[in-house]
Design a protein around this ligand. Structure first.
Ligand SMILES: Cc1cc2nc3c(=O)[nH]c(=O)nc-3n(C[C@H](O)[C@H](O)[C@H](O)COP(=O)(O)OP(=O)(O)OC[C@H]3O[C@@H](n4cnc5c(N)ncnc54)[C@H](O)[C@@H]3O)c2cc1C
Length: 342
C-alpha cells in the first residue's frame, strides 16, 4: 500500500509531460501548480512579489457567496464543486505539514428584511437552513457554509508546493511582448509548452485585451481584538457587510467594494466607515480595539464569472483569472476546469 505522503504526490500521471509556467502565485496559481505537478508535469510559478501577496492573503475566507441568489449558476457550481477539495486539503495540510487552515463549518446568518428570494433559492438548491431572528433582525441561517483562514491557507499551499518540488520564482515580474513571448525579471525569454496566466487583478498589464474584462476592485477589512464576551455562532451578513470570527477569537469585519484602481492608501475615514457598519450588526464591537486594517485588490469581472480559457490564437496560452469576490471559494473547481482544456 502507498504511504499517504506518496499518495499525495502522484495521483494520475499523464501520458505527456509538459513544461508549464504559471504567472501569479495567488490561490489560483498555487492550486493550479499543485494539481498539475501531481499529474506529472514540470511546473514553475513566477510571482512578482511573494506567494499569496496579491488578493489571496487579504480575503476573509468565506467559502460561499454572500447572497447566493444574486449570482449565476456558473458561480455557484464552481463554489459547490470546490467544497470537497478544501475538506481534503485541510486534512492533508494538518497531517503532513502541521498547518491548520481553520476549515470550519460555521454556517452563515443572512440578515434581511425580506427573506423570500433567498429562501426560495435555498429550497430550489436543496440547501438546509433555518429562519430564526438574529437579535431583533429578520434572518436566515444557511447551515452548509464553511470558512478558512486565507493566510494559513497560503502557508499550507507553500509547504505543499515545496514538498512536491514545484519551482517557485518570487520577486520575478513577468512581461510580455507583441509576439506573446514571456520574459522574466532579467529579460530572459521563458521557455515552456504552456503558459497559464493566474495574475489576478494585474492581468491587464499582461494582456491589454482583458483591460475591460478584468479590473481591480479594492476591498478593505478590519480585525477586532480577541474577546471572550463575543462568540459568533455563525458568519453574519447584513447590508453588504459581514463579520466572522477566527479560531484565535479575533473578529474580521468587511468589506468594501471600491473602484479606485490600485490605490492602497487607507484613511481614518475608511476605518470609521468599516467600524460603523460592523457595529450596526453587533453594537458591543464599539468597545473593542481594532488591531488591523488592510486592503486587497480583487480581480473584478462581470457577474463574478471567471475567465478560464485557452487563448484563441496562441494555443499554449491559458487564462485562469477574474474570480472577483470568490476566488478562494472557486479555486479548486476553476483549476480542474482549466486542466480539462489541455
Ligand atoms: C477584502 C477581500 C475579501 C475577500 N474575501 C473573500 C472570501 O471571503 N472568499 C473568497 O472566496 N474570496 C474572497 N476574496 C477574493 C479572493 O481573495 C480573490 O478572488 C482571489 O484571491 C483571487 O486569486 P488569484 O490567485 O486569481 O489572484 P491573486 O491572489 O491576486 O494572485 C495573483 C498574483 O499574480 C501576481 N502577478 C500579477 N502579475 C504578475 C506578473 N506580471 N508577473 C508575476 N506575478 C504577477 C500578483 O503579484 C499576485 O500575487 C476577497 C478579496 C478581498 C480583497
Amino acid at each position: 500500500m502507498l504511504k499517504k505522503s506518496n499518495y499525495l504526490k502522484f495521483s494520475l500521471k499523464m501520458a505527456t509531460n509538459f513544461k508549464i509556467n504559471i504567472i501569479g502565485g495567488g490561490v489560483i496559481g498555487c492550486i493550479q501548480a499543485i494539481e498539475l505537478k501531481k499529474l506529472g508535469h514540470d511546473v514553475a510559478i513566477y510571482e512578482k512579489n511573494t506567494i499569496g501577496s496579491g488578493s489571496s492573503m487579504c480575503g476573509a475566507g468565506i467559502l460561499f457567496p454572500l447572497l447566493p441568489n444574486n449570482y449565476s449558476t456558473e458561480v455557484f457550481d464552481l463554489i459547490n464543486k470546490s467544497k470537497k477539495y478544501y475538506s481534503e486539503l485541510s486534512e492533508i495540510l494538518n497531517s503532513q505539514f502541521d498547518i491548520d487552515i481553520e476549515y470550519l463549518r460555521s454556517g452563515m446568518t443572512v440578515i434581511l428584511d425580506d427573506l423570500r428570494d433567498i429562501e426560495l433559492w435555498l429550497r430550489e438548491n436543496k440547501l438546509s437552513f433555518s429562519t430564526e431572528k438574529f437579535r431583533s433582525f429578520n434572518a436566515i441561517t444557511i447551515d452548509d457554509v464553511y470558512q478558512i483562514n486565507p493566510k494559513k491557507l497560503i502557508q499550507g499551499l507553500q509547504k505543499y508546493l515545496d514538498y512536491l518540488g514545484v519551482e517557485i520564482l518570487e520577486n520575478n515580474f513577468i512581461s510580455t511582448d507583441l509576439k506573446n513571448n514571456f520574459f522574466d525579471i532579467n529579460g530572459r525569454k521563458i521557455s515552456g509548452d504552456k503558459f497559464i496566466l493566474a495574475s489576478g487583478a494585474w492581468t491587464q498589464e499582461l494582456d491589454n485585451d482583458l483591460r475591460d474584462k478584468i479590473f481591480p476592485v479594492r476591498g478593505q477589512l478590519i480585525e477586532y481584538k480577541k474577546t471572550n464576551y463575543i462568540q459568533l455562532e455563525h458568519i453574519l451578513y447584513k447590508d453588504g457587510f459581514y463579520l466572522l470570527q477566527r479560531k484565535n477569537g479575533t473578529l474580521i469585519a468587511g468589506s468594501t467594494l471600491e473602484n479606485v484602481g490600485f490605490d492602497d492608501n487607507l484613511t481614518d475615514q475608511d476605518l470609521r466607515f468599516l467600524k460603523k457598519n460592523a457595529e450596526k450588526i453587533i453594537p458591543e464591537l464599539s468597545e473593542l480595539e481594532v488591531i488591523n486594517h488592510w486592503c486587497g485588490f480583487r480581480p473584478g469581472s462581470k457577474d463574478n464569472i471567471p475567465t478560464i480559457v485557452q487563448d484563441k490564437k496562441i494555443k499554449e496560452k491559458f487564462y485562469n483569472v477574474g474570480h472577483y469576490r470568490y476566488g478562494i471559494s472557486m479555486a479548486p473547481a476553476s483549476v480542474s476546469k482549466l486542466i480539462s482544456l489541455f
